[in-house]
Design a binder for this molecule. Structure first.
Ligand SMILES: Cc1cc2nc3c(=O)[nH]c(=O)nc-3n(C[C@H](O)[C@H](O)[C@H](O)COP(=O)(O)OP(=O)(O)OC[C@H]3O[C@@H](n4cnc5c(N)ncnc54)[C@H](O)[C@@H]3O)c2cc1C
Length: 319
């Protein structure tokens, strides 16, 4: 859902899309289904709903099932997956000589928490939000920073006079702070989340990080109350938090390599959506290919997501 201001800001991004090919529509306020019972007016704090960007191809999938599928495919290739092996040490060559800059420094091996060493020609770090803390001690400026994100599940009384969740409800992204709602209809649950920026540190404290009920009360609940004034009978059912891995300047992924050390991260909160493309580009990078074909047959220059020869637009249409 877009306010007047959101719409103005999104226009440049929208103009790059094709309504037919990308299968989206801009709906007006009167097209909003009645069962959502959304308040579209503005208040002192929250903006009005001016229009809706409705994506016919949008939907949801199980991230766990997707990960299991790729893991199974990987094993089918005859490869091995070590689960719960935490890499504690990256062993660079020339350590004893203080890494003289005229020599070729590279990774000789990595060591896990049990002291097991792993040897390879090339090492690829797909370590998400942990990329900076893992690589920075070895002189690698990955440019990836972690930031906590929280999600809450509410149990909603199905027969109350608001957000009639017995009917079909799409995933909704509200104007004002991007609070999003994902209905889980069969269980009378809705999932809600929101991304705050300034004041929220770029660092990992604990894992998993704590999801805070006070954050829900202060940041998410007021937004819900404004847009769904009839939504009263609900209770907090569960909460969860994780870290986004940000490449702050343009919020697109980073796929870079120094010596025999490659990293791919900076998914900035949409790494499941981008995973297929990131995987193809990262594979091409490790094979020293200049160009790669993506799933939709788009040709992509591998260096465009590097740090040194980066050439991508700032992400404008953030869902
Ligand atoms: C609350 C929340 C909601 C989200 N919603 C969406 C969404 O709706 N759509 C979407 O597309 N994306 C979403 N994301 C983002 C998405 O989850 C990430 O972009 C994606 O998981 C990144 O994938 P990755 O493989 O790069 O990193 P990760 O999935 O973080 O995987 C990195 C792995 O590296 C491992 N690792 C780290 N350090 C070490 C070490 N030293 N040794 C061994 N292993 C290590 C970690 O344990 C982890 O398993 C959401 C994220 C959060 C937190």
């Amino acid at each position: 859902m877009l306010s007047r201001d959101d719409y103005k800001k999104a226009k440049a991004g929208l103009n790059k899309l094709d309504e037919k090919k990308d299968r989206f529509e801009i709906l007006s306020v009167k097209d909003i289904p009645q069962n959502l019972r959304i308040n579209t007016t503005q208040s002192n704090e929250f903006s009005e709903v001016k229009c809706i960007l409705f994506g016919h191809r949008c939907g949801s999938l199980s991230a766990i099932k997707l990960a299991r599928y790729y893991a199974a495919q990987f094993v089918k290739l005859g490869e091995e997956i070590q689960i719960l092996a935490e890499i504690k040490e990256i062993n660079l060559t020339e350590k004893d000589r203080f890494y003289p800059p005229w020599t070729d420094i590279n990774i000789e091996s990595i060591t896990d928490h049990n002291g097991v060493d792993y040897f390879a020609e090339d090492y690829i770090f797909a370590t998400g939000a942990w990329t900076h803390s893992l690589l920075a001690p070895y002189g690698i400026a990955s440019q990836i920073y972690p930031q906590k994100r929280q999600m809450f599940t509410l149990r909603v009384k199905p027969d109350q006079n608001a957000l009639d969740i017995k009917k079909r409800i799409p995933i909704l992204v509200l104007p004002s702070s991007g609070v999003y709602i994902k209905p889980v209809l069969q269980n009378s649950l809705i999932m809600v989340g929101c991304a705050n920026e300034l004041g929220n540190p770029y660092q990992i404290d604990t894992y998993p990080p704590a999801a805070e009920e006070d954050y829900f009360k202060h940041v998410i609940e007021p937004v819900l109350n404004h847009y769904f004034p009839q939504l009263e009978d609900y209770s907090l059912f569960s909460k969860w938090a994780g870290y986004y891995a940000y490449y702050w300047p343009d919020k697109n992924p980073v796929i870079e390599k120094v010596s025999n050390i490659q990293w791919m991260s900076g998914t900035s909160g949409s790494g499941i959506m981008k995973a297929d493309a990131i995987g193809r580009i990262a594979a091409a990078k490790s094979l020293d290919l200049k160009e790669v074909e993506l799933y939709d047959e788009t040709k992509f220059l591998v260096a465009d997501l590097s740090l040194k020869k980066r050439k991508v637009d700032i992400e404008e249409l953030i869902i």
